[in-house]
Design a binder for this molecule. Structure first.
Ligand code: ADP
Ligand code: MG
Length: 332
């Protein structure tokens, strides 16, 4: 199957967190070591992602927000070997269609930055010089404002959307090594409040301590499970009896090759083994699956949160055995 065929066109921007996710992933793809996410009214008014990545070169200004423009695919022979988060060129064009998009950017080859404004169809409508360090700032104002029903829904659910976003940012804060992440929110005339702030450490352990605190970390134990020659799981799980009374969605983080993903089957298995062995509690789980890029397909859904393993059953089986060793060593 051709690359184009497998790039299913679909709606990428479903809500606030998928919008910010796309921008953060663009910053990561651009090699940023510092990413700042600013929200106004929890993102309802506007949100902005500021990075110190490579910037966007002037010959891309016009095409940047056009559908299917991507600068990334050319670097890879096929989708199988893809290592960047993005490749479809859909995020910026979708954001244009759903809100007011401006971009301010500067590469190392430019002496000054450029401020760019795009219209709903992704056409560049204004361009002016601006002061900025090397990197890119993308701002989206009034997301969904042109879709009355969705806009109402968005306003009504904004705190929930915001909660989902902070949980997603936690995922990046945990896994993105060496990347400083800051998220702030401003409401009314109040001063900025800091939602999340990490130093960009190089270890998962330090990142867990930054995000959840030392007392949470001390309730965890390391997991290292070898699934096959080329496949393994590393991370941290609650020690027996040290879980949480509720199944808090924001306490389990799964990654495949360091990409945040949803893994309902794995989550179910982890809960089942933990609860079966020890308690009525739910474990905290932070687990990264390292698998050959050939063995998985993250392109099942447009937002890339779902993942398809070519050999899912054997992965689940090996995981079950590994977790049994940890939680009920006597019957393993
Ligand atoms: P994709 O990430 O799939 O390529 P996007 O619509 O997300 O598509 O972005 C389009 C293009 O804009 C990218 O391929 C990249 O060239 C450029 N771009 C977007 N955000 C950034 C950023 N923060 N830094 C550098 N380049 C960026
Ligand atoms: Mg992208």
């Amino acid at each position: 199957k051709g690359v184009v065929h497998r790039i299913c066109a679909g709606q990428v921007i479903l809500d606030l967190s998928s919008a910010v996710k796309e921008l953060v992933e663009n910053s990561l793809d651009a090699g940023a070591t510092s990413i700042e996410i600013s929200l106004k009214e929890y993102g309802e008014e506007w949100f902005q992602v500021i990075d110190n990545g490579c910037g966007i070169s002037p010959n891309n200004f016009k095409v940047l927000a056009l559908k299917h423009h991507t600068s990334k695919l050319a670097d890879f022979p096929d989708l199988q070997s893809l290592t960047t988060f993005g490749f479809r060129g859909e995020a910026l064009s979708s954001l244009c269609a759903l809100g007011d998009l401006t971009v301010e950017t500067r590469t190392k080859n430019e002496a000054v930055a450029t401020h760019l404004t795009y219209d709903r169809s992704g056409l560049l409508t204004a361009e002016r010089k601006a002061a900025r360090q090397i990197g890119t700032t993308v701002t989206v104002k009034k997301l969904f404002s042109n879709l009355p029903v969705r806009s109402k829904e968005f306003s009504r659910n904004i705190r929930k959307e915001y909660g989902k976003l902070t949980s997603l940012l936690n995922a990046y804060a945990l896994i993105a090594k060496g990347v400083r992440l800051v998220c702030t929110n401003t409401t009314g005339k109040n001063a900025k409040s800091v939602v999340l702030k990490t130093q960009g450490s190089d270890s998962l352990k330090d990142n867990i301590i930054t995000v959840f605190g030392m007392s949470t970390f001390s309730c965890l134990q390391p997991v290292n499970i070898c699934i096959s020659d080329s496949c393994k799981v590393d991370g941290f799980l609650s020690k027996p009896g040290q879980g949480s009374g509720r199944n808090l969605g924001d306490r389990q983080y799964y990654f495949v090759n360091s990409r945040p993903v949803d893994m309902p089957k794995v989550s179910k298995l982890v809960n089942e083994l933990y609860r079966g062995a020890n308690s009525r509690q739910y474990p905290i789980a932070i687990m990264n699956f390292t698998v050959p890029t050939k063995a998985c397909d993250v392109n099942v859904t447009p937002d890339k949160r779902k993942i398809f393993f070519s050999d899912e059953n054997s992965i689940l089986l090996a995981l079950r055995e590994g977790l049994q060793q940890i939680y009920s060593p006597s019957n393993a």
